[in-house]
Design a protein around this ligand. Structure first.
Ligand code: ARG
Length: 467
């Protein structure tokens, strides 16, 4: 009956009837938190090692616990472990299995700790592992962008404001704007890792423990920078999960913006770039279609990541100290944010170096939109005409160009001189697209010479990451 059934539960002692079958399922987290099994085992090995150093376990007990945990890790790794909902979560499943394997000593592992500090430790270790993988993938994407920017350093395209042709820029310069966005994301990820990397182990349920534990030791065994400083805060803090999701939201916002540009640029109307067939799919009804599904999907996935951030903020907003079962709800948003970020980064890192720029179409588009009008205005200012007047003169020249279907650079000197007698032959140096981009020759400007330096600096920065 009930008593017997509940005896499987490590907390069953004070209960006199079995858990309702639905409640058992409702409260269990093992279906998803088994993802942290390896981190749980690492945490337990560190805890047991420390308990032995503190004299709470003897050497033999410690060795047997560690050996048992390592065997379990191997079985989980090879898929030979059966998880039980009756044992609620990853922590109790592993602990119960340890006791099954090594006997009574297994029951001593939980001395001086609680699932509350255990889960707080596990999720930090898990997220730290994932952050390190994500950091590498982000770096791979940044390196890919630099390679493409280098290739396209001299490729001229229209720069837009309001999605209207504004001034010519180089494709390399545009790509370096993407690079800068991702560089800030990299900084955010590493800030998150820094604050995450403190060990809550030893906070126990909420108040600490009566055993002579060494929190510095477990912290250092688990490569944390230090132990956390307040036991109540340690078991209730999920800021690191929120910060990670905030990072993910901003990153996906950036990838979504880049995706939007890729989608526009692959359209027949823009025709600026080609994505290789392997990153596109077709239509089941329209045989001519080649759809940019990968960037579209990345753009779409931004929504779910934003959702996870809001879930976590809402989850935490009214919780009193210290641990509450609510916190079990932190895992699925974090896990899905991790998976989504990794997939989107991978898609981008694979796809970006394979982008083929359609240089002729980009160049034509830059020419079509009177993109050197500002250059003509600046030219007139240099000849002594006040900017507002030169703006007016150029406006009239553009109206004439629209009427005649001619770009400014295609007009004859006489045609241009109708609008101002200050215009000379040297005007053509500034009206060409090449002249226009080359003239913006200062830090952060689109001149190919500047972009080349920006790429070189970025390449140095990425190299420095390797060490
Ligand atoms: N599965 C739980 C979680 O994810 C572990 C901690 C449970 N602690 C407790 N006191 N019930 O948060």
């Amino acid at each position: 009956m009930s008593e017997q059934e509940n005896s499987v539960k490590p907390w069953g002692g004070r209960f006199s009837e079995a858990t309702d079958a639905f409640v058992e399922r409702f409260t269990a987290s093992v279906s998803f938190d088994q993802r942290m099994a390896m981190q749980d085992i690492r945490g337990s090995i560190a805890h047991a090692t420390m308990l032995a150093a503190a004299g709470v376990l003897n050497e033999e007990e410690k060795d047997s616990i560690i050996k048992g945990l390592q065997d379990i890790a191997q079985d989980i790794d090879s898929g030979n472990f059966s998880w039980s909902v009756k044992l609620e979560d990853v922590h109790m499943n592993i602990e119960a299995e340890l006791t099954k394997r090594i006997g009574i000593t297994g029951k001593k592992l939980h001395t001086g700790r609680s699932r509350n500090d255990q889960v707080a430790t596990d999720i930090r270790l898990y997220l730290r592992d994932e952050i390190d993988l994500i950091s590498r993938e982000l770096t791979r994407l940044q390196a890919g962008i630099l390679d493409l920017a280098k290739r396209e350093n001299d490729t001229i395209m229209p720069g837009f404001t309001h999605l209207q042709t504004a001034q010519p820029v180089t494709f390399g310069h545009h790509l370096m704007a993407w690079y800068e966005m991702l560089e800030r994301d990299y900084g955010r990820l590493h800030d998150c890792r820094k604050r995450l990397n403190n060990s809550p182990l030893g906070a126990a349920a909420l108040a600490g423990t009566t055993y002579p534990i060494d929190r510095e030791m477990t912290a250092s065994l688990l490569q944390f920078d230090a132990p956390t400083r307040n036991s109540l805060d340690s078991v209730s803090d999920r800021d690191f999960a929120i910060e990670f999701c905030a990072f993910a939201s901003v990153l996906l916002t950036h990838l979504s913006r880049a995706s939007e540009e890729l989608v526009l640029w692959t359209s027949a109307q823009f025709n600026f770039i080609d994505l290789p067939d392997r990153f596109c799919t077709g239509s089941s009804i329209m045989p001519q279609k080649k759809n940019p599904d990968v960037p579209e999907l990345v753009r779409g996935k931004t929504g779910r990541v934003n959702g996870h951030l809001i879930s976590l903020l809402t989850l935490m907003k009214s919780q009193p100290l210290a641990y509450n079962k609510d916190n079990q709800e932190d895992k699925e948003p974090v896990f899905d944010a991790v998976d989504t970020v990794k997939d989107c980064l991978r898609a981008f890192a694979d796809m970006v170096p394979a982008i083929k720029a359609n240089k002729a179409a980009m160049y034509e588009a830059a020419k079509r939109g009177f993109s050197t009008a500002t250059d003509l205005a600046d030219y007139l200012v240099r000849k002594g005409i006040p900017f507002r007047d030169s703006h007016e003169i150029v406006g009239k020249s553009v109206a004439y160009g629209i009427e005649q279907a001619k770009d400014l650079s295609e007009m004859s000197l006489t045609e241009l001189q109708q609008f101002s007698n200050q215009i000379d032959q040297d005007v053509f140096d500034v009206l060409t697209l090449e002249g226009s981009v080359a003239a913006r020759d200062h830090l952060g400007g689109t001149a190919p010479a500047q972009v080349k330096q920006a790429i070189a600096r970025a390449q140095e920065a990425l190299k420095a990451r390797e060490s």
